[in-house]
Design a protein around this ligand. Structure first.
Ligand code: HSE
Length: 429
């Protein structure tokens, strides 16, 4: 056993960072035994040095993260600051000074993952980021390492806990979106500004990272189609229930049937109650991976929070420390397939469309003709009429998203169609 400790710089000491520091201290002996060398918290870079940080030696605290990385004795930096800057510059500085990095930063990895991987590789260092996607759930390393010999064709996941909590409340209580959001805010699940979660930006960043890993190609944040869940209504849930479904905000990454391209998207969708993802309640995350040889795998657990996220960070820390002792590095970016990312129009799925129409002869035929003219085949139609008006619910067979968009555009132009109340994709069948 080596006695000289591996020295760690902790960049950021908020909810996750303080848990990382606590576990490093309380589990020091176990970490030493598992790594084969002691691991020492050698410095903690923070923005507000006056804040009391229980269990952290005040002598370790600094506001100068760059100086901490440049001082010459740091082996590994843990970046738990989040956001693009100063995290990006600090990670780059770490690599320039021979320091491997563990990061929990999904936004940065989704935006600049390729450049950061290249910098790590150039300097012969590690970049690990298990905590960036789905908190405590082991997902990045199982996909990068355990499934490295298989071929992943599809990944479908609930990767945002806040929105899952809101949708679960709407489903179980019949509440509307705003009421469920208010409850999520009161319980501390939703932030004061919930935009990143409810508009799907957080899930889209995670989708970009997972798609790159799953398909060994580069998927940029801009390549991910994104729709938030703020428009999902109590009546959408009522429709979903009638179909034996619930509604989830899903990240869906798919290899095209011909294997020549991939798609990455985030949007609310109906899924059957029999699908494993339908039973993911409250703020939990779960990711369903379909691989050619392995078949269907499901990864489930807490996707956020200080302690669960710190668990993922610590797992990476142990792996990077082991690599360091072996004078090796773990897997870097794998983007050799260079598959193009198709647009949403090429995605093929099923749709549930609610229309408000005039209740008079020929309307149903007119609507059906419009679907047929755009090559979209209808599976079921349900009509409920009242006082000369009717609500029409059409569920389609699988069709390209572009064909469905064309259908809806044409439906909106029909005099007999008063409005398109909702369009929801149907997944997981
Ligand atoms: N805000 C995220 C969520 C956690 O609700 O899942 C961090 O990615």
């Amino acid at each position: 056993m080596r006695t000289r400790p591996l020295k760690v710089a902790l960049l950021g000491c908020g909810v996750v960072g303080s848990e990382v520091a606590r576990i490093m201290t309380t589990h020091a002996d176990d970490l030493t035994a598992r790594i084969g060398a002691p691991v020492e918290l050698a410095g903690v870079a923070v923005r507000r040095p006056s804040r009391v940080r229980e269990g952290i030696d005040p002598a370790l605290i600094t506001t100068d993260a760059t100086a901490l990385l440049k001082r010459g004795d740091i082996d590994i930096a843990i970046e738990v600051i989040g956001g693009i800057e100063p995290a990006r510059t600090l990670i780059t500085t770490a690599f320039e000074h021979g320091i491997s990095v563990v990061s929990a930063n999904k936004a940065l990895l989704a935006q600049d993952g390729a450049a950061l991987h290249a910098a790590a590789e150039q300097h012969g260092l590690d970049l690990y980021y298990e905590a960036a996607v789905a908190g405590a759930i082991p997902l990045v390393r199982p996909m990068r390492e355990s499934l490295a010999g298989d071929k992943i064709n599809r990944v479908m996941g609930i990767v945002n806990g806040t929105t899952n909590f809101i949708l679960d409340k709407m489903d179980s209580t019949g509440a509307g979106y705003q009421e469920a959001l208010d409850e999520a805010t009161a319980l501390g699940y939703a932030e004061a500004d919930p935009t990143a979660d409810v508009e799907g930006y957080d899930a889209a960043a995670k989708a970009a990272i997972l798609a790159g890993i799953a398909f060994h190609t580069r998927v940029r944040l801009d390549d991910v189609y994104r729709e938030g869940m703020t428009e999902v209504s109590a009546s959408d849930f009522a429709s979903a229930k009638r179909m034996g479904c619930t509604i989830k905000l899903l990240a869906i990454l798919e290899r095209a049937a011909d294997g020549e391209s991939v798609t990455a998207r985030v949007h609310p969708a109906m899924i059957p109650l029999t699908h494993p993802l339908a039973s993911v309640r409250e703020a939990y995350n779960a990711v369903f991976v379909e691989a050619e040889a392995a078949g269907r795998l499901m990864f489930y657990g807490p996707g956020a929070g200080g302690s669960p996220t710190a668990s993922a960070v610590l797992g990476d820390l142990v792996a990077v420390c082991r690599n360091k002792l072996a004078e090796a590095t773990g897997p870097g970016e794998s983007a050799y397939t260079q598959l193009p990312v198709s647009t949403m129009g090429d995605v093929v799925t099923r749709y549930h469309i609610s229309l408000d129409v005039a209740d008079k002869p020929g309307v149903l035929a007119q609507v059906a003709t419009t679907f047929a003219e755009h090559g979209v085949s209808i599976d079921t139609v349900r009509q409920q009429g009242k006082d000369g008006e009717a609500s029409l619910v059409v569920v389609t067979h699988r069709a390209p998203d572009a064909a469905l968009s064309g259908t809806v555009e044409a439906l909106r132009k029909l005099d007999t169609v008063r409005g398109v109340a909702s369009i929801m994709r149907v997944e997981g069948e």
